[in-house]
Design a binder for this molecule. Structure first.
Ligand SMILES: [Zn+2]
Length: 653
């Protein structure tokens, strides 16, 4: 998730002192209460093993429930979810409530000798392995302030030793963004501190967070409910753990200095020998797991979780390969299953004991393989995505395990991802191949419904019957046809809200409740900065020009041409940049290309130019910038750059 977004939302929703969550939503209807009650029959709520595992090895609570930023100001309050205790309220699915309660447990825990975890300070766990002379740290959280707080806790209770090495298991922000809370960048650049990550880590992190940042960022606000308060009618969990919104210092993206690129690769880190399993194209495009033989611990990264994960999360990513995912977990069982006595996931709490560890690995493997195989099976029977989602049922042996519940990903949306992975978004029906835009369809549907008023009357009758899924579908057309129709917005919001209350998946709850909030109050992003600059400063010059190409408005650029050379003085790199056929190209400059304009500038000025193209004059007039040739070409480039705005509409046209 994007730091600027978190920071601004924190200002809106978090006062900096203790949060007293106010219930802002409507009560649960009888239909919702019945659906939620049925969860008690479906699952074994008397099983308390998860609670016991989650507190096992507890050493100490966080020094303070207020996490401070580098200026010493309160960045967040860890108590914001402490209302989640005891019996589920009517407005939360009871299985999700149970999971959400366990995810509020926080502090320092001993997994086994020399292996410690700090959990509950962030979405992710941070693990510290004591080496001969310091610590090896696994997954340095999302933000540096939580990471520093975790390290302080370890130093106080385990020992004040230096950081020897850091591992990021994969290319998602919550596994690398907080590294500056542990180390200085120069110590990573010099190799003094080892920074270990899988092959493709940096490239994939750039792709998600920068190239697609504005699209995924906005959708991520829905997935994680970042604009919705934490309370019994709002956000209660993020499936993998808790997001603590806050005014943190920015996350960073640093390049690793040791790359893992094959299974069986071994590293001896200050006396700690690890055996890696390289698992690309699974939960992340670049990911790895590893075994610590001396302690019999398998670190399963995010391929194994105490929830079903996403084959394709709603924030939108490259669709994941469920078959590889299951195959790698099977390889884990083959390679390390016999020796494993603990399984430590990157999120949620560990598995203790050989039998339970193996049961977990095998049943998560089979969860993904069942979803994979049966989706294709049903596709071969002619079912489309919605039909597969409505048909597929897990075997009871998989369905009843608490760690297989769809608290994050769901079977119903994962089958659509498997379908998409193999045969794409198209369901084969020619009417769906070249549809009108949603707005164009909306206007026609509403006309055929007999107008907005008639549509609303029908929708209200469906709402009274508890047919909420249909209400949100039907009213989508009314709201898209006329976003000003308050009555339609409010009724659709009510239906979304009830669906949110019913959802076992935190993601579904978060999306539905965010939709309800935006329908009632307008976009939660309306006051956010127009562009997220997170990580841009960490990009290579090559990546910066790739981002610049994406930022070009093709319609405006059509029919225009120029050739410009950029000499980046502090990086000692030159790029030849030219516009042709509405496309901006860049390549390393030989210095011999014919250009109309050339400029020498430091990377910081290139960043300024890309982020604020309207300030092109200020950039070229800076002392550190030298130019030759026809400056109108640079101004033309500046005029073609779109600075993306995160406040794009989802719930309305
Ligand atoms: Zn994660």
């Amino acid at each position: 998730m994007k730091k600027t977004v978190l920071v601004v939302l924190a200002v809106v929703y978090f006062g900096g002192t203790q949060c007293i969550p106010a219930q802002s939503g409507k009560p649960a209807t009888l239909f919702t209460q019945q659906i939620n009650q049925a969860e008690y029959q479906r699952l074994n709520f008397a099983d308390s093993a998860d609670y016991k595992d989650a507190v096992r090895g507890f050493i100490a609570a966080p020094e303070s429930d207020i996490i401070l930023n580098a200026k010493g100001e309160p960045a967040t309050d860890l108590r914001q979810y402490d209302f989640i205790k005891g019996k589920a309220p009517a407005t939360v699915n009871p299985a999700l409530w149970r999971h959400a309660e366990i995810n509020t447990i926080r502090g320092l825990f001993k997994v086994t000798d020399d292996v410690y975890q700090v959990r509950g300070l962030d979405l992710t766990n941070i693990t510290f392995i004591k080496t001969q002379s310091g610590y090896l740290v696994i997954d340095p959280l999302t933000n540096p302030n939580a990471t520093k707080a975790a390290f302080d806790l370890v130093k106080k209770h385990v020992g004040n030793y230096p950081i020897i090495a850091i591992i990021s298991t994969h290319s998602h922000t919550d596994h690398f963004g907080g590294i500056s809370g542990l180390a200085k960048h120069e110590d990573i650049l010099s190799g003094k501190i080892k920074y270990i990550a899988p092959k493709g880590f940096y490239e994939e992190a750039v792709s998600e967070n920068v190239f697609l940042g504005n699209a995924m960022g906005r959708r991520g606000i829905y997935q994680f409910a970042l604009g919705t308060p934490a309370n019994v009618t709002g956000r209660v969990d993020n499936g993998l753990g808790k997001f603590y919104l806050g005014a943190y210092d920015p996350a960073v993206l640093w390049r690793p200095n040791i790359i893992i690129d094959h299974t069986g690769q071994k590293l001896n880190i200050d006396g700690v020998e690890l055996v890696f399993q390289y698992t690309p194209e699974t939960e992340a495009p670049a990911e790895m797991m590893f075994f610590y033989p001396a302690k019999k611990i398998f670190f399963v990264a995010e391929l194994g979780n105490r929830t079903l994960h996403n084959v394709l999360p709603p924030r939108g990513v490259k669709v994941r390969d469920a078959r590889s995912w299951a195959a790698y977990l099977d390889e884990t069982v083959t390679l390390f299953g016999n020796e494993t006595e603990f399984v430590v996931p990157a999120h949620t709490w560990p598995f203790f004991g050989k039998e339970r560890s193996l049961n977990f690995l095998e049943k998560q493997r089979d969860l993904y393989k069942y979803i994979h195989d049966q989706t294709i099976h049903l596709a071969n029977l002619g079912l489309n995505q919605e039909e597969i989602a409505a048909t597929i049922r897990l075997p009871e042996s998989l369905d009843k395990e608490w760690f297989n519940q769809d608290f994050y990903g769901t079977v119903r949306h994962n089958v659509k991802a498997v379908y998409q992975y193999y045969i794409g978004w198209f369901d084969g029906h020619p009417a769906n191949y070249d549809r009108l835009t949603p707005k164009e369809e909306a206007v026609r549907y509403v006309e055929w419904f007999g107008g907005e008023k008639a549509a609303l009357e029908k929708a209200a009758a469906s709402y009274e019957k508890g047919d909420y899924r249909w209400v949100i579908q039907a009213l989508k057309w009314v709201v898209f046809a006329n976003g000003e129709n308050k009555e339609a917005r409010n009724l659709q919001a009510d239906a979304f809200e009830q669906l949110g209350y019913q959802s076992r998946s935190s993601i579904w709850r978060n999306m539905y409740l965010t939709a309800a909030k935006e329908l009632r109050e307008g976009n939660v992003t309306k006051n956010l900065p127009r562009q997220n600059k997170s990580y841009i400063k960490d990009l290579t010059i090559d990546d910066l020009f790739t981002f610049l190409s994406i930022s070009i408005d093709g319609t405006k650029a059509a029919g225009k041409e120029f050739q410009i050379r950029f000499d980046i003085s502090d990086e000692k790199q030159s790029f030849y940049v030219f516009l042709k056929n509405g496309v901006l190209h860049h390549k390393p400059s030989s210095g011999k290309e014919r250009v109309q304009f050339a400029l020498t500038l430091p990377k910081s000025k290139l960043l300024e130019f890309i982020s604020t193209p309207e300030n092109v004059d200020t950039v070229v007039n800076s002392q550190s910038v030298k130019t030759t040739g026809d400056i109108s070409k640079l101004k033309l480039l500046a005029s073609l750059i779109t600075v993306f705005d995160i406040n794009w509409n989802i719930i309305t046209d």
